[in-house]
Structure formats: C-alpha cells, structure tokens
Ligand binder design. Structure first.
Ligand code: HEC
Ligand code: HEC
Ligand code: HEC
Length: 273
C-alpha cells in the first residue's frame, strides 16, 4: 500500500530532473480559461479536481472501501476526458483508454493492478507537466505589463512600463556618473529627475492591485524615507558616500518588486515578439 501512496505524490506538481528547460508558448486556446477572458481558472480547477480524485481512490483503497474508490476513479475519468477536449492543441497528451484501464483496475479490486494503472495514467499527467506547467504558471498567472502606461513626470510623456523603467534608470545612472566625476550641478539635476520618476512608480500598482497592502510591502516607509534623504542630500552640496547610501535604501524596493514581477513579465515579453 505504501508503494501506491508514494507514487501519487510523484504524479502531480512540478517534477524536474532535467539539464535544460525549454519554455514553449502556451497554445492560445488556453487563453479562455484565464484572466482577462475568465476569472474562473477552469483548466487549473480541473487539475485540482483530478488530483483530488486520484487521492480519493488511494485513500479509499487504503481503508478497504473499494466502492468509494470506484466512484472516485469514475470521477477522475470523467474530468480527464472533459479536460482533454479543452485545449485541442494538447489533445495528444491525453490517453483516455488509460483512465478506463484505471477504472477497470479498481473494479477488479486488485491493488497491484491499480498501482500499475495509476502509474500509466500518471505518466500522461507528468509528461504534460514537464512540457507545460512552468510556462503556464509564468504566463497566465500574471497579467501583462505591456498595457500598463505611466506618465513621465519630467517630459510628460506616456510610457509603457519597460520604457519608463529605462528612462528612470538612465536618470539614476546619470546621477551616479556625474556625482562620481564631481559634476555636481548635473548630478543634482539628474538626481531630482530620478526622485520624481521613482515617486511616479506608485501610480502603476493600483492598475492591478486593489489592496494598498501590496503597494506598502514594496513602496512603504523605507522607500519614502530613502527618497526624502536623497532629496535633502541633493539640495545641499551632495557627498558621494551619503548619496550612494540613500540610493541603496531606495533601490532595495526596485529589487523587491523585480523579484515578484520581473521574471513573469520577461516571459510574457519574450512571447509577445
Ligand atoms: C511593479 C514593480 C516595479 C518596481 C517598483 C520597479 N520595477 Fe523595474 N521593472 C518592472 C517590470 C515589470 C519590468 C519589465 C517591464 C517590461 O519589460 O515590460 C521592469 C524592468 C526594469 C528594467 C529593464 C528595462 C528594460 O526593458 O530595459 C530596469 C532597468 C528597471 N526595471 C529598473 C528599475 C529601478 C531602478 C527601479 C526602482 C527605482 C524599478 N525598476 C522599480 C517592475 C518594477
Ligand atoms: C495536457 C496537459 C496536462 C495534462 C495531461 C495534465 N495536466 Fe495538470 N497541469 C497542466 C498545466 C498547464 C498546469 C498548470 C496550470 C496553472 O497553474 O494554471 C497543471 C497543474 C497541475 C497541478 C498543480 C495545480 C496547482 O495549483 O499548481 C496538479 C495537481 C495537476 N496539474 C494534476 C494533474 C493530474 C493528476 C493529471 C493527470 C490525471 C494532470 N494534471 C494532467 C497541464 C496538464
Ligand atoms: C500588471 C499588473 C500588476 C501591476 C502593475 C503590479 N502588480 Fe503586483 N502583482 C500582480 C499579480 C498578478 C501578483 C500575484 C499575486 C496575485 O495574484 O494577486 C502580484 C503580486 C504582488 C505582490 C506579492 C503579493 C501581494 O499581493 O502582496 C506584491 C508585494 C506586489 N505585487 C507589489 C506591487 C507593487 C508595489 C506594484 C507597483 C509598483 C505592483 N505590484 C504592480 C500584478 C501587478
């Protein structure tokens, strides 16, 4: 019985044992099961249902309740077949005859047969997961930043996220360069531009987040204090070490936000070309 239990754990979720991971663009017919087309996550919810049904077979056999196990096996088959029709491009990943075989194995009340049939069916789950699960998580669980526009507070242009980041980072780099070479006037000017642009970042959060808390986690007190410190330093005769220290405090927030949002945004961007 142990054997059966541990097999199930292997059959669901992320399992990688590979040297190389290739991300293929998910088929577009998946779009309709994810935001903005749908907020019900129908495809994902079938995954949970199949996983639960698998567990239902397993748990009931462990308790000797073959009838209930059969009920779950039939449910598993039903959802499996239904799911196989949701994404035509992925039809070949599914082997409905293996779901049938599992139902029959449970009917036979032969644990060894159930283990074998489960493994066979589970391999069809695992194959698709290896090929597609990671990219679907990255691609569909984060909305695109392409459509998020920000007004630049310096040249009053509307930029998309990537462009805004670039312009803001150029001010940051210019501040560092001019400060390092002792060009204080230019450093002050670029530094002030950077501060304005960094403050402008806040406007983008509410385009997706309705909860202020998410914004505060990253652009909270530490970020605001860092910018205020920087502003004060630049309004006097700026000292390089102090400015760099204040910048460090500010850019922690950039790194935090990138840790959450950048990798999925890069995957989206790569596929949009
Ligand atoms: C939403 C949280 C968020 C915050 C806060 C944030 N970024 Fe970004 N940043 C992004 C995202 C998303 C992208 C990818 C945008 C794209 O390519 O569409 C990005 C991209 C970038 C890029 C690459 C731009 C390019 O396309 O060449 C740079 C550089 C950058 N950010 C710098 C910064 C700096 C510096 C700060 C802090 C002052 C900062 N970011 C704060 C989310 C954030
Ligand atoms: C044709 C491809 C495909 C097949 C076949 C498939 N899955 Fe999935 N599965 C996915 C994708 C894609 C995801 C990621 C979905 C997402 O995160 O929105 C996933 C995610 C999951 C997850 C994780 C859910 C989560 O919240 O992270 C479980 C559990 C799962 N599948 C179970 C199963 C089981 C059990 C089977 C077989 C009976 C199966 N899947 C067959 C594509 C497939
Ligand atoms: C294009 C949409 C989008 C934008 C713009 C955006 N986020 Fe997010 N963010 C998400 C999504 C999606 C998640 C994943 C969590 C979820 O599903 O709610 C997330 C997660 C987070 C999380 C971790 C989970 C949470 O809700 O606390 C933080 C913190 C966060 N974002 C902060 C920010 C900040 C700060 C900004 C603005 C600088 C920002 N986000 C801009 C879409 C966005």
């Amino acid at each position: 019985m142990r054997k059966f239990l541990s097999f199930f754990v292997l059959s669901a979720g992320l399992v990688f044992a590979e040297e190389k991971i290739v991300l293929k663009k998910p088929p577009s017919s998946l779009d309709k099961y994810y935001p903005p087309a749908s907020t019900k996550f129908e495809f994902l919810s079938n995954m949970h249902a199949m996983s639960t049904a698998f567990y239902g077979i397993n748990a009931n056999i462990n308790e000797g309740n073959w009838e209930k196990a059969l009920m779950w096996a039939q449910k598993l088959k039903e959802i499996y077949v239904k799911t196989s029709k949701m994404v035509p491009e992925w039809k070949n990943y599914f082997k409905p005859e293996l779901a049938d075989a599992l139902v029959n194995a449970v009917k036979s009340k032969d644990t060894d047969k159930v283990i074998k049939a489960s493994r066979n069916l589970g391999q069809t789950c695992a194959k698709c997961h290896r090929d597609n699960e990671l990219v679907v998580k990255l691609y569909y669980h984060f909305p695109s930043f392409d459509k998020v526009k920000l007004e630049d507070p310096i040249d009053f242009m509307e930029y998309e996220t990537g462009k805004y980041m670039k312009v803001m980072t150029n001010s940051l780099k210019a501040l560092k360069v001019f400060l390092s070479q002792g060009d204080l006037d230019r450093a002050q000017e670029e530094g002030m531009n950077f501060i304005e642009r960094a403050r402008g970042l806040r406007a983008m959060c509410s385009k997706c987040h309705t909860n202020k808390l998410s914004e505060e986690v990253i652009l909270g007190k530490n970020f605001e204090e860092g910018l205020a410190k920087l502003e004060k330093l630049l309004s006097e005769t700026p000292k390089k070490e102090e400015v760099f220290q204040a910048l460090g405090q500010v850019t922690i927030s950039c790194a935090k936000c990138h840790n959450v949002h950048l990798a999925p945004a890069m995957v989206r961007e790569a596929f949009s070309r």
